[in-house]
Every structure is written in structure tokens, then in C-alpha cells.
Write a protein that binds this ligand. Structure first.
Ligand code: MG
Length: 251
């Protein structure tokens, strides 16, 4: 069942989302070559705590950290470590969530560290653009797969691949609610979008195959062929007036 949120509930999710937006802005200047992924995790945990919110991922199904940090061929769910250091030329996916008064927000972005080849910049740009295009579909009367299709169409037009094994999700009083939001599929299918639905839309895009495998740590998902992967995510409310991006200061 898709749970519709009242304006008050969306307001609480926006408070959580604004904190995440501020974390993202902060991290864009903070993350640098030589830093361990654990240092990033500690910084974000403190930032979220200072703002009076609670990290959403720490302890979720046993996940040990505040941020999922996934580097290069890692797609999602990388575990921060004092032994893993960021290097020049890496692309670093940062996925984070927080809770305000019981309501969740979830977002992700991918940063290029130092010099990366033009095609890798394109991977990041196309993934971000596919999310923006998906968001424009979030108006009442559209169908869920219109969102999915917008991602797939843009990504594949640029010669990249969309991961199938992981999908976006409804979000609210739980991190993962119905419906699932795939990043692929034909348009015009699935439930009609209605005001009060809130979706975490999160394209995961690779430069090679869309097939994935999970490492022995039980969490880290990597591309099967070792190709690079990018990940961007926003929490988006459907309103009478169209999409409201809750994890951006300017919705
Ligand atoms: Mg998510």
C-alpha cells in the first residue's frame, strides 16, 4: 500500500531533507584526496546530530555507519572504513539519510575527485540529468513507470546502463516504503501519481554492464565487469502543483 502524506508530514520530511541538502553542500568542499571514508562518515554523523536529527542508515538492517560511501566500481552500500582512502581520479558516491520527528529523507550524489576523464564526467552529468528528468514526471496523473522510463531513456541514449538490481522507493515514516521505483521500464504503467506520495528516486548508472555482485562484506554492491558507477538521489513529494524536491533548499 502506498501511504499518502499530509502537508504536515511532508513538512517534517522537508526539514530532514534540508539538513541533508546542507550536508551535501558541506561535503562538496570537505571531501578530498587522502581522506579516509571513515573521516567522512564521522563528519556527517556529527553534522546531522548538531542539527538535531538522527542518521537513518546507522543500524538499519545492521548497517554500521551513517553514510554509504561507494567508490569507482562500487555502486551503492559501501561501508566507511579507516583503511579506505580517497584518491585523485576516484569517483565517490555518498548516500545519506536522516530522521526528523520520525520522518525520513534520503539523498545521494557522486563526486569526482581531482582529474577524471571527460567520459567519466559525462557519466556523472547524465546520471544527474536522468534524475532531474525523472523529477519532472512527478506530477499528479502521471504513472509510476513514467518516472522510471525517463531515467532509462536518457541514460541509454548516452550509451550508459541502468542498474536493475536496486531501485528507488517510497519513503515516509519508514526509510523504504511502497512503491518500488525502478530506473527502467516502459512508460504509462503502474499506479497513478497522487498528491501526498513521496518517492526517493535514485538512478544508479554504469559505464558497462548493469549486472552487479555483492562483496563478501554482505553490503557493498559492485559492477560485475568492474566498470565505474554513479548514483544520484532526491526525495520528491508529489503535490497539486507538481514535484517538490525535499532534499534541495530550492525545491
Ligand atoms: Mg534510497
Amino acid at each position: 500500500m502506498i501511504v499518502l502524506k499530509s502537508p504536515r508530514e511532508v513538512g517534517l520530511m522537508r526539514r530532514a531533507g534540508v539538513i541533508l541538502s546542507d550536508v551535501v553542500d558541506h561535503l562538496k568542499g570537505f571531501v578530498e584526496s587522502g581522506m579516509s571514508t571513515q573521516e567522512i562518515d564521522e563528519e556527517v554523523e556529527e553534522f546531522i546530530g548538531t542539527r538535531g536529527a538522527t542518521p537513518a542508515f546507522k543500524g538499519y538492517r545492521g548497517f554500521p555507519a551513517t553514510v554509504c560511501i561507494s567508490i569507482n566500481d562500487e555502486i551503492v552500500h559501501g561501508i566507511p572504513s579507516p583503511h579506505r582512502r580517497i584518491k585523485d581520479g576516484d569517483i565517490v558516491g555518498l548516500d545519506l539519510g536522516c530522521i526528523v520527528e520520525g520522518y525520513y529523507a534520503d539523498c545521494a550524489f557522486t563526486l569526482a575527485i581531482g582529474d577524471v576523464p571527460p567520459r567519466v564526467h559525462e557519466l556523472l552529468d547524465v546520471t544527474r540529468e536522468s534524475l532531474d528528468l525523472a523529477i519532472t514526471q512527478c506530477t499528479p496523473g502521471k504513472r509510476l513507470s513514467d518516472v522510471s522510463h525517463a531515467v532509462q531513456r536518457h541514460v541509454e541514449a548516452h550509451g550508459f546502463a541502468v542498474v536493475r538490481a536496486f531501485v528507488g522507493h517510497g519513503i515516509g515514516r519508514a526509510l523504504h516504503e511502497e512503491p518500488q521505483v525502478p530506473n527502467f521500464g516502459d512508460p504509462g504503467r503502474g499506479p497513478q501519481l497522487r498528491p501526498g506520495m513521496v518517492l526517493a528516486i535514485e538512478p544508479m548508472v554504469t559505464m558497462g554492464t548493469y549486472e552487479v555482485r555483492v562483496l563478501d562484506d554482505g553490503w557493498t554492491a559492485v559492477t560485475k565487469d568492474g566498470s565505474l558507477a554513479a548514483h544520484f538521489e532526491h526525495t520528491v513529494a508529489i503535490t497539486e502543483n507538481g514535484p517538490a524536491v525535499l532534499t534541495r533548499r530550492v525545491p
